[in-house]
Design a protein around this ligand. Structure first.
Ligand SMILES: [Zn+2]
Length: 296
């Protein structure tokens, strides 16, 4: 019953967000930030994108929402004559895969962890409400992998690694080894409380271990693209990791004391971090997700 109620709450929260996003698409401009020669971060509405361009063609990480695809294609065309040959999805959420259909129709090969395809394919997945994501066939990944995949492309070694359960159960962390850039998808919300999609196999402990995996490989000059928020580096990722571990430890302590969610909220386990709340992820919602994740 609790799972059913949680799904309804998620659905109600998702609806106004979608409506707002659709209303605002006309006003969205795609911002292009150069990170290295031929490597860019694109910011619009929805998940942050990564873009590699060069002799081999364009390689895009995530594609936001379908109504933005003309603007995203124009932003790509502003830095290269080449077409998008690959789209790599960091996970299945619609603000990261919404452009798959137009990009797929334009000839891009879509690549993702196998659970991205499973969750997007109406033939293989329905959620607790009996809905599937109902993605069109052309929007589905045509290349899937279970652990790692490497691209030798535009003079780069681009490596997508599945770090295990985190934001969902189909996440990729994407490394540009030569340029010292990493795209973490939604395992990193820069300066904000993250969304952890428990219904899609996410877990707070998994998100913490994903940030530890990345922290173990980056240095002071690494440029880090989070799924949402501005371009970041090791300092912001350390702060995010510290917040996650602190809040997790406090809530776990309260659970061990037998507290209900209401009592945990009363104990203010996010004290010191409340400025990281957003309209999408309030303190109450974030604490509820962490509490549920630790109670599973
Ligand atoms: Zn997401």
């Amino acid at each position: 019953m609790r799972i059913f109620r949680f799904a309804v709450v998620l659905l109600l929260l998702a609806l106004p967000l979608t409506a707002t996003a659709q209303r605002d698409f006309d006003a969205v401009e795609i911002q292009t930030i150069e990170l290295a020669d031929g490597l860019y971060m694109l910011i619009g509405a929805g998940g942050n994108m990564g873009l590699s361009v060069g002799e081999d063609g364009a390689f895009l990480i995530d594609d936001q929402f379908a109504p933005l695809s003309d603007k995203i294609m124009a932003a790509v065309a502003a830095v290269t004559d080449a077409k998008v040959e690959f789209v790599l999805n960091t996970h299945w959420h619609g603000d990261h895969t919404g452009g798959n259909e137009p990009f797929g129709e334009a000839g891009a090969l879509i690549v993702a962890h196998e659970n991205v395809r499973r969750r997007m394919d109406p033939a293989t997945f329905t959620d607790v409400m009996g809905n599937s994501n109902q993605a069109a066939a052309v929007a589905l990944p045509v290349v899937t992998f279970s652990q790692d995949v490497s691209f030798w492309w535009n003079g780069e070694h681009i490596e997508a690694h599945h770090p295990g359960r985190g934001h969902t159960d189909g996440d990729s962390v994407v490394w540009f080894h030569e340029a010292n850039v990493v795209h973490m998808g939604d395992n990193f919300f820069v300066g904000m409380f993250p969304y952890i999609d428990l219904d899609s196999g996410g877990s707070v402990d998994g998100m913490i271990s994903t940030s530890e995996y990345v922290l173990g490989l980056v240095d002071e000059s690494t440029k880090i693209i989070g799924g949402h928020g501005p371009l970041a580096g090791i300092v912001q990722l350390r702060a995010f990791h510290e917040m996650l571990t602190t809040v997790r430890d406090r809530i776990q302590g309260h659970i061990d004391e037998g507290m209900s969610l209401e009592e945990v909220l009363e104990a203010a386990p996010t004290a010191g971090y409340d400025e990281m709340a957003t309209g999408f992820m309030s303190v109450e919602r974030f604490v509820g997700i962490v509490y549920q994740s630790l109670s599973e």
